[in-house]
Design a protein around this ligand. Sequence first.
Ligand SMILES: Nc1ncnc2c1ncn2[C@@H]1O[C@H](COP(=O)(O)OP(=O)(O)OP(=O)(O)O)[C@@H](O)[C@H]1O
Length: 578
Amino acid sequence: MRRLARYLKGFRKQVILGPAFKMTEAVFELIVPLVMASMIDKGIKLNDPAHVWRMGGLMVLLGVVGLGCSLTCQFFASRASQGFGTVVRGELFRKIGTLSHAEIDRIGTPSMITRLNNDVNQLQLAVAMLIRLVFRAPFLAIGATVMAMALDLQMSVIFLAAAVLIALVLYLVMSRSVPFYGKIQRMLDRVSLITRENLSGARVIRAFSRQKAEMRRFEDASEELRQTSIRVAKLSALLNPATTILANAAIVAIVWFGGLRVDAGTLTQGEVIALWNYMTQILLALIVVANLVVIFTKASASAARVNEIFDTAPSVTDEGNTERAPVPGAPKIEFRDVSFSYSGGDEPALCHVNLAVAPGETIGVIGGTGSGKSTLVSLIPRFYDPQQGAVLVDGVDVRDYPFAQLRGQIGVVPQQAVLFSGTVRQNMQWGCEGADDGQIERALAVAQAKEFVDRLPGGLDAPVAQGGKNFSGGQKQRLTIARALVGSPQILILDDSASALDFATDAALRRALRRDTRGMTVLMVSQRANTVKAADRIVVLDDGAVAGVGTHRELMESCPVYREICLSQLSSEEANRS
Ligand SMILES: Nc1ncnc2c1ncn2[C@@H]1O[C@H](COP(=O)(O)OP(=O)(O)OP(=O)(O)O)[C@@H](O)[C@H]1O
């Protein structure tokens, strides 16, 4: 947690002045029992109403000034904690943006969201408590004990005994409950993972009538969370009765032995009341300490989770890379003996892949599900780096480019069409900032999307809902293709991005791409033989290895895997037609 303190740098004033005001209020609180004692011993006992009024007035003054101090501290605490939360959240968001897919896969999106929200909120609360109570509570407990000792050293033995017993109870309860807090946070992660999966996959769940099973999964996770939270709550619930019994026993002892000492003339009635007040203050302060321990334990678990993200070094980085010139005569894209495994994956997703793609060439990539097609193309824009071998663009290892230069020349259409809330035009301009309507319309026309966009009310200004929910799967795919084309990239990667299109639209799209993407190097991933058949060359992947490279005709003759795929989808007449 100490490491996160650097984010408090901008709030030095609040962090210093806040506790100072709170301590001033605590000093006033320690003075009040003495004023009360004087009111009783001098005002009431000696029948001096003027003294009672004076002491009463002093108590009101101490109360009002104390309240002012407390409110000022509260103000500083809110400023600092909210500011701290905003800074940490912003930094965390920035850091998550630098992580590569491998780290995001490992930590998981729901866990990142929980860390960004719940964990940062917990830290924010800890900062507020740090300013408001961390110094005040121990100061009050120790101060009340010292004041009691100053009043009557012998009576203060009761205080010390009560304080030690209360502290022991606190220790016993906290040492048993604290280990559960980390567990509860992990359980919260699981609940939010299930919630997220259910919200994003609501249609699939309904289509498969999985509502009951999903409800059970959610209930199990939430029941586990409930039971653990109840176990902790039960333990914590012991705290108040146990400490109150001990404090009340101490108060009984104070009144009992105080009475005897009043009889003996060594203590006044007012001092007994003051000792009683100090005991109550100690009890309240120790209960606050117990709550602080809970808050700081949770915050320390949250800090560890937040720091885990800050400490994660992105496995793919462009640090220190400078603009690179293309190597004359080099292939546009080259895979040199590339092998790649996902972290945690037993089997390599790609095995010793060698491939050179000439500038302007259209390459079809085909293979069964899980054969490594998406993995192959995701190495070009460096979504992942291979463990072995190298991927080169224009003869330069992709690891040597600045991201902006590398990714600026690649248009990627991912398997899952993702659009962002805004308008059609705004989404298209992701492909090229400041693209004009002419550029956008040309891209829409190639992607076979112009016709339906023209029909939308507002045309390019038509709204796009979050995730593009107001478009059909096929429309979304066409819009994502257009988005990639707007910037006229040198390399276009289509990762099974026409899977939701009907055959006629798919064929029209391929014709338009062939016609309008001359000079563009295109990698077209598909499971459909028809989609890749007309490519200049086709790469056949089988279990991560290249099973064949060539034209449709060559592969039909030489590659059994390709022949099998084609014959499973096309009539033998269609398959044999080039
Ligand atoms: N993020 C990931 N983490 C771990 N393993 C992964 C990940 N993505 C893919 N894999 C695994 O890597 C292998 C290749 O996956 P890839 O997505 O490249 O296949 P694909 O040929 O594109 O499949 P499909 O046609 O079904 O999309 C598969 O065994 C898959 O389970």
